[in-house]
Design a protein around this ligand. Structure first.
Ligand code: PMP
Length: 353
């Protein structure tokens, strides 16, 4: 072993879902099957490429102002980053700096563990119950911070706002981050609580309901004091996280509320129909409030199903890890894509019996 090896910061990285470059039915990374709002296309076309020689606005004022207006907060309550992954990573770096462990669920977004390890933050996973629900009392113990997604991933389960509030209230000496990547498909957001709790940060993304995973835009909303701490960390890391195209497209997306709401309505409609189809095929699933469904079949092995689907150009997500070995996570695609999925499953099952 080379001497320098011992000083290298080694991490076991997060493994993103596959991004096949050929044409497949892609239901594996919770992307939106519909394009972003027409204004986004226009903004990109009209972008002044001569300006690319200049650095972008480090304060991202146009986008923070658009988001502030949309959510009825002040611009100094908004922080934007390169997808919510960037925002969450910055939050870990900034707010989780205690010797006590940060708490998050045992089954959740697997990036949390990776950031904790990358930044050497102690953490302790709290076990979801047998129905994959959060046990709020587990978060009442002393800790160095709390983070959880609502709805959770990969379960798609939404916890009601009173549960979220109980966890925030019980943890007023630490920062609580509610990762709302999928909230637009679910219920009430914890944004309602930011004026009441100065320890709360809500993180959302343009990757799901706004159909802009490829543009990489995420944001945190909180009180001005915590947003300032986040900005201080950002400016100590990379001042220019958001490029000019992302800023311009993000602003246009936020402006078109009607398109945003209509897109959500379409996904929810397909999701509710997909739940019925899954039941018809004998699947069981956790009740989804997101743009994906976490499903299992009592008679068919999840890994075999996953592989058969993939061989036929239908990509879903499978982990095979403890407690969820028999589950597949299926992103809600267009009605046509979901029809193709169910047609394949039906044929597969008929041939297997
Ligand atoms: N949080 C959760 C719970 C997620 O599932 C994802 C998507 N992989 C993210 C955050 C990050 O999304 P993005 O960086 O695209 O905003």
């Amino acid at each position: 072993m080379k001497a320098f090896e011992k000083n290298i910061r080694k991490v076991e990285p997060y493994v993103p879902g596959e991004q096949p470059q050929n044409k497949v039915i892609k239901l594996n990374t919770n992307e939106n099957p519909y394009p972003p709002s027409p204004g986004v296309r226009k903004a990109l076309k009209e972008l002044d490429t001569d300006r690319f020689r200049l650095y972008p606005d480090p304060s991202c004022a146009s986008l923070t102002e658009a988001l502030a207006k949309f959510y009825h907060v002040n611009p100094d309550q908004v922080f934007v980053g390169v997808g919510s992954d960037d925002v969450l990573s910055m939050c870990f770096l900034t707010f989780f700096n205690s010797e006590k462990p940060v708490f998050f669920p045992d089954l959740t977004y697997s990036f949390y563990k990776v950031w904790a390890e990358l930044y050497r933050i102690p953490y302790e996973c709290q076990k979801l119950d047998a129905d994959f629900r959060m046990v709020k009392e587990d978060y009442y113990k002393e800790n160095g911070g709390v983070i959880f997604p609502n709805p959770n991933a990969p379960t798609a389960i939404y916890e009601e706002l009173d549960v979220v509030e109980d966890i925030i209230r019980a943890n007023q000496d630490v920062i609580v981050i509610v990762d709302e990547a999928y909230i637009d498909f679910a219920g009430r957001s914890a944004l309602e609580l930011i004026d009441r709790y100065d320890n709360l940060i809500v993180v959302q993304t343009f990757s799901k309901a706004r159909s802009m995973a490829g543009m990489r835009i995420g944001y945190a909303i909180s009180n001005p004091a915590l947003i300032k701490y986040l900005n201080d960390a950002k400016y100590s890391f990379n001042s220019y996280t958001m490029n000019q195209a992302a800023l311009a497209c993000g602003v246009e997306s936020v402006k078109d509320k009607a398109y945003f709401e209509e897109g959500i309505r379409k996904i929810i409609k397909t999701r509710e129909w997909a739940k019925e189809e899954l039941l018809r095929l004998g699947f069981r699933y956790l009740d989804s409030s997101a743009n994906f469904i976490f499903a299992t079949h009592p008679a068919y092995d999840a890994k075999e199903l996953f592989e058969a689907l993939k061989k036929n150009g239908i990509y879903v997500r499978y982990w095979g890890s403890e407690r969820i070995e028999q589950y597949l996570r299926i992103t809600i695609g267009t009605r046509e894509e979901m029809e193709a999925l169910f047609a394949f499953l039906k044929g597969y099952m008929e041939n297997r019996v």
